[in-house]
Design a protein around this ligand. Structure first.
Ligand SMILES: O=C(O)CCC(=O)C(=O)O
Ligand SMILES: [Fe+2]
Length: 235
């Protein structure tokens, strides 16, 4: 069954709360976003991708981008997953898919340094939203994500990692996740992971979108490898 056969079931009040949280914090955490069967299905497609296209263990940096280009299952989820209606309402815009990324950062790989996803964007405004899904339990011991609440409302340098960034500032919160939990975050919110101290699988997937109304900035070089950079699709 395709993921878009189901929908995220939320009451009006629940959705209203998510919208308020997203506007204020720049992200929302969805506990149990994938049920056991959906989690199993996404993991199976990662394993299948690893066997047929590329294994994450063989990739320096622990990140593979563009799974949508080699695997219709991931492309279908990017273009039609159950998250899409809510994500559109969170940013009050259409969604222009960018790519599907698969991440597993072990001890020997550099953690994800402080950044916001729109760094280096060739779009203006660099608005958008990403769906990050934990495929494993990801806690303080194996490099959980941290977010700075409200940082999406300020402007930061266009550089990775963000220079002179205070990771201990009072608005930073740790987001420990169980497998199947998800985070929807603005492309402008600052986030990073911490060092892995306990070696355990730390698989996550990211389904990334630009705001449908964002335009290509003619002054910015088109450095994107996204399959959608040339053929824009707006959901
Ligand atoms: O899982 C990670 O370490 C990085 C995730 C991230 O930066 C993202 O989803 O935008
Ligand atoms: Fe990110």
């Amino acid at each position: 069954m395709n993921a878009d056969d189901q929908a995220l079931e939320l009451t009006e009040t629940e959705e209203e709360k998510l919208r308020e949280d997203f506007d204020r914090d720049g992200f929302v955490v969805l506990r149990g976003y994938l049920n056991a069967e959906e989690l199993r299905e996404m993991r199976i497609h990662c394993e299948e991708y690893a066997g047929r296209v590329k294994a994450l263990d063989d990739v320096a940096g622990g990140v593979i981008k563009g799974l949508d280009q080699d695997d219709p299952w991931f492309r279908d989820y990017l273009e039609g997953g159950k998250h899409i209606p809510l994500m559109k309402r969170l940013i009050s815009d259409g969604l222009a898919p960018d790519n599907v990324t698969w991440i597993n950062k072990s001890k020997s790989i550099e953690r994800t340094m402080p950044h916001y996803d729109a760094i280096g964007s060739y779009l203006t405004p660099p608005s958008g939203v990403s769906l990050w899904i934990a495929l494993d339990d990801i806690d303080r011991n194996n490099g959980c994500l941290h977010y700075e609440k409200g940082s999406h409302l300020r402007d930061f340098p266009n550089a990775y990692p963000l220079p002179n960034y205070d990771e201990q500032n009072e608005n930073v919160v740790a987001v420990e996740a169980r497998a199947g939990d998800a985070v929807m975050h603005s492309t402008k919110v600052i986030h990073f992971s911490i060092d892995v101290v306990e070696e355990r699988p730390r698989h996550a997937m990211v389904y990334a979108y630009w705001g449908g109304s964002a335009k290509i900035n003619p002054n910015a070089p088109a450095r994107s490898k996204s399959a959608y950079a040339e053929n824009r699709l707006v959901l």
